[in-house]
Every structure is written in structure tokens, then in C-alpha cells.
Design a protein around this ligand. Structure first.
Ligand SMILES: [Zn+2]
Length: 79
């Protein structure tokens, strides 16, 4: 519990090195091991999202909107 306390002579390269994006699922800070997600859980959730959302369901119907309200193919936006 004293890891973060010792930064006297240690290299601090995590901050300001790369802008961390928040987890697209829950909005928490992403973890390097699971980026861009914060955890396996969210990564998994996103995976399931894609699979059930638009990847593994070949259909002639156009995807309208995801449950998140994310517009994938805006109407009238061609080319
Ligand atoms: Zn998350």
C-alpha cells in the first residue's frame, strides 16, 4: 500500500504520456491490460455488443440505432 507513495526517484511516464480514453462501456479510465476498456468485463460486454449488434447477424435490414443511441448509419448520409 505504499507503491504510490514512492515517486521520488522513480520514473513517472504513465502520466501525460498518452491520453487515456475512458472505457467506452462504463466510462471509467481504461486499463492498459484491457484497453480501451477498464476491465475484461467491459471488453467482453463490448464484444457481445458487436456480435449481437452488427457483426454476426448478416441481414438486409439496415442497422438503425444501437441501444446506446449510437447512430451507425445516419439516414441520408451516403458516400
Ligand atoms: Zn468499463
Amino acid at each position: 500500500m505504499s507503491k504510490e507513495s514512492r515517486k521520488a526517484g522513480e520514473k513517472v511516464v504513465t502520466l501525460a504520456a498518452k491520453p487515456r480514453r475512458p472505457c467506452p462501456i462504463c466510462g471509467r479510465p481504461a486499463v492498459k491490460a484491457h484497453r480501451p476498456f477498464c476491465s475484461t468485463r467491459c471488453a467482453d460486454a463490448d464484444l457481445g455488443h458487436w456480435i449481437s449488434g452488427r457483426y454476426c447477424i448478416p441481414t438486409d435490414e439496415e442497422p438503425e440505432q444501437t441501444l446506446e443511441g449510437e447512430t451507425i448509419l445516419p439516414d441520408g448520409h451516403e458516400d
